[in-house]
Design a protein around this ligand. Structure first.
Ligand SMILES: [Zn+2]
Length: 49
């Protein structure tokens, strides 16, 4: 698992989340821990270390 930081598009709060780097492409909805708005997360790992 790797920790990924991104910014909430609603409140601009920095949010950290854990992603499974063994999955090359993942897309899901995560609720912002600050403003509770649902954020569509789309991550793809093109280069796995
Ligand atoms: Zn937010």
């Amino acid at each position: 698992m790797i920790e990924h930081f991104f910014q909430c598009p609603y409140c601009w709060q920095d949010i950290s989340m854990l992603l499974d780097s063994s999955i090359t492409h993942q897309s899901y909805i995560e609720d912002c821990e600050n403003c509770c708005n649902p954020i569509q997360i789309e991550m793809s790992f093109t280069d796995t270390v």
